[in-house]
Write a protein that binds this ligand. Structure first.
Ligand code: NAD
Ligand code: UFG
Length: 338
């Protein structure tokens, strides 16, 4: 199976390429390197023994996408490429709608021209907004509170309409909860540019000495210790979810929607404690005000993915934190420049 992986040099895409290779698939990467480095490709090769084909380019360039789909005899597409920082999306909404919404429309248009009718899309638990209750099932109402979330919701709606009009397509929307961790070798991991927005990269940069302390955003939420609760999922489990989606519903016509989460909720302080245990490092923190736009708690009911994809998150909190630390301690400054 030849699979075009847009954004395949990024955090989730690179790990997914490794699991695809392991499953006997042939990933072909298209990435403009806006948020990733060339050296990721060598790491994929080091870990998997295979160097995937890499095309440096933009998913919004239709003629390029058409050329790639044809030249590599592509059977299916996993679409990771896009921008993902919630705060930045408030400052730069046009860039977010252009990359995330327009980028997807151009990609689907190119796929249609080339008769490639299988698409897996990276969506997010952000489409559930502030859920009325937990755990969250796929039929919960959707909403958005910022341009990033709205771009994901818009793409979900565009793809739903498109699939209705083109019932012979297989379109899968995967709603990720909170991806953390890294490849167990520590060769690949999350490498944010600048100050990390997300919890675990920040925690690991504190542990490695790049930052002084963690600010814990909010300690008065109605949760067990007052800090926010999330469904952290190991990036390797998330990657396996993409392989399962391609294998189980990739050839089934229809619109398929799945939560990819563990079903467990951990607080910020749980994560700090687990990370300290895994790394043997102290993570100093300060309790500060809530971050605007954050919700108290959010975790998945992953039963639908288990039933229909035969997939389940199996990696523990200890593995999530130990693997994060292995990556961070082996690569304190992230990936090297090429
Ligand atoms: P990432 O930034 O590490 O990877 C995205 C990749 O896409 C990068 O390598 C970037 O260079 C590339 N890219 C961006 N715009 C492009 C364009 N126009 N053309 C070609 N390449 C382009 O992000 P990630 O964490 O791996 O996330 C992958 C996908 O999953 C994104 O769509 C993101 O919105 C979604 N997602 C991520 C999370 C998370 O917490 N990491 C949660 C839910 C959903
Ligand atoms: N947090 C801190 N300090 C930090 C960073 C985060 O206390 O420096 C807290 C947050 O307040 C929250 C928890 O850690 O309680 C997790 O925050 P993240 O920023 O890591 O993750 P979010 O749940 O806010 O958002 C993530 C992705 C979004 C995605 C959403 C739902 O960043 O893109 O999950 O999938 F939309």
């Amino acid at each position: 199976m030849n699979v075009l992986v847009t954004g395949g040099m990024g955090y989730i895409g690179s790990h997914t390429c490794i699991q695809m290779i392991d499953a006997g698939m042939n990933p072909v990467i298209l990435d403009n390197l806006y948020n990733s480095k060339n050296t990721v490709l060598e790491r994929i090769e080091k870990v998997s023994g295979v160097k995937p084909t890499f095309i440096e380019g933009d998913v919004r360039n239709k003629s390029l996408v058409v050329d790639v789909l044809k030249a590599h005899n592509i059977d299916a597409v996993i679409h990771f490429a896009g921008l993902k920082a919630v705060g930045e999306s408030v400052q730069k909404p046009l860039e977010y709608y252009d990359n995330n919404v327009n980028g997807t429309l151009v990609l689907v248009d190119a796929m249609r021209d080339c008769d490639v009718k299988t698409l897996v899309f990276s969506s997010s638990a952000t489409v559930y907004g502030d859920p009325a209750s937990v755990p969250i099932t796929e039929d919960f109402p959707t909403s958005a509170t910022n341009p990033y979330g709205r771009s994901k919701l818009m793409v979900e709606e565009c793809l739903t309409d498109f699939q209705k009009a083109n019932p012979d397509w297989s379109i899968t929307l995967l709603r990720y909860f909170n991806p953390v961790g890294s490849h167990p070798t520590g060769e690949l991991g999350e490498d944010p540019q600048g100050i990390p927005n997300n919890l675990m990269p920040f925690v690991s940069q504190v542990a490695v000495g790049r930052r002084e302390f963690l600010s814990v955003f909010g300690h008065d939420y109605p949760t067990k210790d007052g800090t926010g609760v999330r469904d952290y999922i190991h990036v390797m489990d998330l990657s396996d979810g993409h392989v399962a989606a391609l294998q189980k519903v990739g050839s089934k016509q229809g619109l398929h929607v799945y939560n990819l989460g563990t079903g467990n909720g951990y607080s910020v302080l749980d994560m700090v404690k687990a990370f300290e245990a895994a790394s043997g490092k102290e993570v100093p923190y300060q309790l500060v005000d809530r971050r605007p736009g954050d919700i108290a708690e959010c975790w998945a009911d992953p039963a639908k993915a288990t039933k229909e994809l035969g997939w389940q998150a199996i990696r523990t909190l200890e593995e999530m934190t130990a693997d994060t630390w292995r990556w961070q301690s082996k690569n304190p400054q992230g990936y090297p420049e090429s």
